[in-house]
Design a protein around this ligand. Structure first.
Ligand code: PEP
Ligand code: MG
Length: 533
């Protein structure tokens, strides 16, 4: 028996089943060079593979959006150009040309700091494998064919492997590599399959069929458990499943405290898929739509029309409140198509509203798109990182300008759209009373507020033990902001991680917080807590 703990829980749950070792066939390229006469044939092979891959992905895209994204990658001009130029100019055979092009593209995403963008490299490599399997005439193992209960153990799983898995048989997933923001993790969460990722070397010491237990609540893996340990895991699993069923039942109830206060429970999202995943949780709305993902996933600043389509779809999906935060870029979030000068202190530098106010055309395109979408639902605008009344007024003035323009153009929008701001800087806390007179709502961003109040970098492991939203300074700030908001009769919400922490719920209710907005995965637990208090 071997038992160890790991750090990255990608999807909660407990499982015990025999291991299924997922081993990929060799999909590395042959490295021969080709003669000029062979070039056309190699190009033809690529074009044929591209047709087959597109056909495969077209079919899969009907069932899952991930494959629509893969189809775009497969048909992208950059990929084809990279392969063809390596065949023509460097006389590489098609396999080598493909392998190098895919790696070059994937590395661009690998080098990004943002965890979400980094994981997009996996999608590019996934598409690369699909091409390579076509070129080599080999089949990748198909997890859809598994028909008995197993825990899948793999070096890494690609989105297209995971999406076909049947949760009836796949009881758990363990990967040596990968992060919690990867598609594999996202899919595992949406299917309710417990998953531990990035656990380090494991495959070499396992055989197919060996009994494995995993506790993805506490990050524990046990190989070949003895009888007692196995029983222990099985009991924990039963308890977990009962609790999940109970939490699902609770979803039918609105979040009301025992003394009758209705609390608004909302989700934080980054795109339409997140909204779709959050909706079954019985939401009161979207408390934070992080619009920057739309900018980060693109290769250009998304136009007004491109943004409008997304915001409109979001408003229609979620007819309750939809709070769209304007662009919060800079700090640790960069764009591939825009050069940010290196800064000594990026978190104290040119980010969020500062960029928007300096790049008025970009800002106006977004404001117009949000306003137009407001004709299709209950849309709210929220400004990030505000530190002064001047900034807030400048942003509001631009919004008014956009409204006047739309009016003249005969475009429809909600003339009474609510405009709010994030409270995530110490300055906004100190001026909360003044701000409360000029906005329709506050949303406290404890992720940044904690780092700025305590002067502790939110992403620096070395000071992670000093980063706490339970620090009395943060708690006093939250109390003051809620009081200031209520004094002026506006609602105060929270969209930082603290809102999704059940250990903070009692405190936040006591301070009078009106709205809790969090990742969809935490909603059940916070609802349960609110109902009990
Ligand atoms: C926050 O700072 O608390 C917040 C919600 O914004 P982000 O995490 O996107 O900076
Ligand atoms: Mg923030």
């Amino acid at each position: 028996m071997r038992q160890f703990t790991v750090e990255k829980t990608a999807s909660r749950g407990i499982a015990a089943a025999p291991a299924y070792l997922y081993q990929e066939p060799d999909l590395s390229a042959e490295t021969d060079c080709i003669t000029e006469e062979q070039e056309e044939n190699e190009i033809l092979l690529f074009e044929k593979a591209k047709i087959s891959v597109s056909d495969e992905l077209n079919l899969l895209a009907e069932k899952n959006d991930i494959f629509a994204a893969h189809l775009e990658i497969a048909e992208d001009f950059t990929l084809s150009e990279g392969v063809l130029s390596r065949i023509r100019n460097e006389h590489k055979n098609v396999q080598l040309a493909l392998q190098e092009t895919v790696e070059e593209l994937a590395l661009i995403f690998d080098s990004m700091e943002d965890a979400y963008m980094k994981e997009r490299a996996a999608d590019i490599r996934d598409v690369g494998k699909r091409f390579m399997a076509q070129l080599k005439g080999t089949q990748r193992p198909d997890l859809a064919e598994i028909s008995q209960e197993v825990i899948v153990v793999a070096k890494d799983l690609f989105p297209s492997d995971t999406v076909k898995m049947n949760p009836k048989y796949i009881k758990g997933i363990i990967t040596e590599e990968g992060g919690i923001t990867s598609h594999v993790s996202i899919i595992a969460r949406s299917m309710g399959i417990p998953a531990l990722v990035g656990v380090g070397k494991l495959l070499d010491s396992l055989q197919n069929g060996i009994e494995v237990c995993m506790d993805a609540e506490n990050g524990v893996i046990c190989i070949e458990p003895d009888h007692d340990i196995l029983r222990e895991f099985q009991e924990k699993q039963e308890q977990f499943e009962k609790r999940q069923a109970y939490l699902e039942e609770l979803r039918n109830q609105p979040a009301v405290t025992r003394d009758g206060k209705k609390i608004s429970l909302c989700a934080n999202v980054g795109n339409l898929e997140d909204i779709e995943r959050a909706l079954p949780m019985n939401l009161d709305g979207i408390g934070l739509f992080r619009s920057e993902l739309l900018y980060m996933e693109n290769d250009h600043f998304p136009s007004e029309e491109e943004q409008f389509q997304v915001y409109k779809a979001a408003a229609e999906l979620c007819p309750q409140e939809l709070t769209i935060r304007t662009l919060d870029i800079g700090g640790d979030k960069e764009l591939t198509y825009f050069d940010f000068d290196k800064e000594e202190n990026p978190f104290l530098g040119w980010r969020a509203i500062r960029i928007s106010l300096d790049m008025k055309d970009v800002f106006k395109a977004q404001l117009r798109a949000i306003l137009r979408a407001s004709a299709f639902g209950h849309v709210r605008i929220m400004f990030p990182m505000i530190i002064s009344l001047e900034e807030l007024r400048a942003a509001e003035e631009l919004t008014t300008q956009c409204m006047e323009e739309l009016e003249q153009e005969g475009m429809d929008f909600d003339r009474n759209i609510e405009i709010g701001m994030m409270i995530e800087t110490p300055a906004s806390v100190m001026l909360a009373e003044e701000f409360a007179k000029e906005v329709d709502f506050f949303s406290i961003g404890t992720n940044d507020l904690t780092q700025y109040l305590l002067a502790v970098d939110r992403g620096n492991r070395k000071v992670a033990d000093r980063y706490s939203y339970f620090h009395p300074a943060v708690v006093k700030a939250i109390a003051a902001v809620i009081a200031a908001g209520h004094q002026e009769g506006i609602k105060v919400g929270m969209c930082g991680e603290m809102a999704g922490d059940p250990n903070a719920t009692l405190l936040l209710l006591d301070l009078g917080l009106d709205e809790f907005s969090m990742s969809a995965g935490n909603l059940d637990y916070i609802r349960e807590k609110i109902l009990s208090l």
